[in-house]
Design a protein. Structure first.
Length: 477
């Protein structure tokens, strides 16, 4: 009996071994189809490398080492495929809701949204899927905002710039863009009320992309607390406006908030108060962080390239001289600012405020011969095309003429994304940037106060000293 035990064990072990070999080979076969790359350290992934190298170098190094089309990494605790080049951008943009769906990191959702929405997919957050958001941010709907933008830009420069010989552009740009958003979205104008929203909101934007450790004293903990304070304040505003509407004390449609309270979906359902709050917070994040950064670096480039500044000044003075004294800007005036917008676009190419965006694979699919498994996250990034000599000759040169005529090749210039999920606030940002440029250059020539100020990149590029500039009013030059 004992003599046959080894044979019995062999018969038992053989199928198990064959099964293990089969599954190992299957796994290796599957893994061999995954995009090349590395997941970095356990738990940490490549977050540290991304932070130390900066987004541009992180992406370009891996494109050279692994693949210029798509590579894998691990960021924010997720396995991720980074799509590169114009074709990668096109693939992600055109397969929205087919192969991919929108995705936000859990850390960002916890800081911004009500707790009951944190586990929801972005599709389930009604505020982010309503078609009316695109409707009210179309150019024809935004025309009415231009005089308000102009008036507030004038007032901002009168109080925050003109009394001083030197100012810091970055913090003042943030102050202006946030105040303007509060005015246009919710008709909140009182400086103290704006400050009650701005102070905690700064905590949110400063910490929502930090290491997601929710312990007292961490940036992420402050972001979560700041998010709650912002939501509490917004709920007060929303409830008060709702009450005014019910009592017929509110002029219908005077701002974004009123329209949100009155719009219904295809089933005739109104958005609830938390959905409206989620929506406004999303708009505040977009209009505050990215637009203020864009404004800052447009002005930085105007300071650095005097011949570019001279051409912008010439165009803006032509607009100014075609108007009556103290007459506010109009849509027709904005359409005349073609060169100024080319300058802004070249600034957005060289120093894009946003680094890209995430998606989630809703099914297995292949790209460039590699398999992207269902559940993997994807990332498209401005840094695979904006400074790529394949798409932009002499890419480090500041050259607004790149945007004349038909402009860059499709899917190469993507500061606002593309496809169905293209940033709906693109036109809003364009108007805000051009109105602000008009008001600054018609009053001041700017000089750098810090010669070799560095730029660091967190969620957005940041001038380390805040971009201090000396103001030279035209009547004193």
């Amino acid at each position: 009996m004992e003599a046959i035990i080894p044979y019995v064990l062999a018969l038992l072990v053989l199928p198990v071994s064959l099964s293990m070999i089969y599954f190992a080979r299957k796994r290796d076969s599957y893994s061999s189809k995954l995009p090349p790359g590395t997941n970095g350290w356990p738990m940490v992934g490549e977050n540290m490398n991304f932070a130390l190298l900066g987004p541009q170098k992180f992406v370009s190094d891996r494109m050279k080492k692994y693949s210029p089309e798509v590579f894998q990494t691990s960021l924010l605790g997720e396995k991720m495929a980074v799509f590169c080049g114009a074709q990668g951008n096109k693939f992600l943009f055109t397969n929205e809701n087919k192969l991919l769906t929108s995705w936000w990191p859990q850390s960002m959702k916890k800081a911004l949204l009500f707790p009951s929405y944190v586990e929801s997919s972005l599709k389930e957050v009604a505020a982010l899927k309503r078609g009316f958001m695109h409707e009210i941010l179309k150019p024809e709907a935004l025309r009415q905002y231009i005089p308000v933008m102009d008036s507030m830009a004038r007032q901002h420069l009168d109080t925050e710039w003109a009394p001083y010989k030197e100012v810091k552009v970055f913090p003042l740009s943030k102050k202006y863009t946030f105040a303007l958003a509060c005015k246009l979205f919710m008709s909140v104008e009182d400086p103290e009320h704006v400050k009650r929203l701005a102070d905690p909101f700064i905590l949110v934007t400063s910490g929502m992309f930090s290491v997601p450790i929710d312990l007292p004293g961490t940036a992420y903990n402050r972001a979560i607390k700041g998010g709650k304070m912002v939501r509490d304040e917004l709920m007060k505003i929303i409830k008060e406006r709702k009450k005014e509407l019910m009592e017929n004390k509110e002029t219908a449609g005077r701002d974004l908030l009123s329209r949100m309270l009155q719009v219904t979906d295809e089933d005739g359902q109104f958005m609830n108060e938390m959905e409206i709050s989620n929506n406004i917070i999303g708009l505040l994040v977009a209009s505050y962080e990215t637009t203020s950064t864009a404004l800052t670096f447009v002005l930085k480039h105007l300071v650095e390239y005097s011949h570019i500044y001279s051409e912008v000044l010439k165009e803006q003075m032509q607009v100014l001289n075609s108007k009556g004294r103290d007459e506010l800007l109009t849509w027709e005036d904005i359409q005349k600012m073609k060169y100024s917008w080319n300058v802004a676009c070249e600034s957005l190419r060289l120093t894009p405020p946003g680094q890209g965006a995430f998606r989630e694979a809703i099914t297995d699919f292949t790209y460039a011969g590699f398999t992207i498994p269902k559940g993997w996250k994807t990332f498209w990034t401005v840094h695979s095309t904006h400074k790529n000599p394949k798409y932009f000759q002499d890419p480090e040169k500041f050259d607004p003429s790149r945007f004349e005529g038909s402009g860059p090749a499709p899917f190469t210039f993507v500061p606002f994304g593309g496809g169905p999920r293209m940033c709906p606030g693109k036109e809003y940002a364009r108007l805000e940037i051009l109105v602000f440029i008009h008001n600054v250059v018609k009053r001041f020539k700017l000089e750098k106060a810090v010669k070799n100020e560095k730029t660091v990149v967190h969620a957005s590029p940041i001038p380390t000293k805040g971009l201090p500039v000396r103001l030279l009013p035209h009547n004193q030059i």
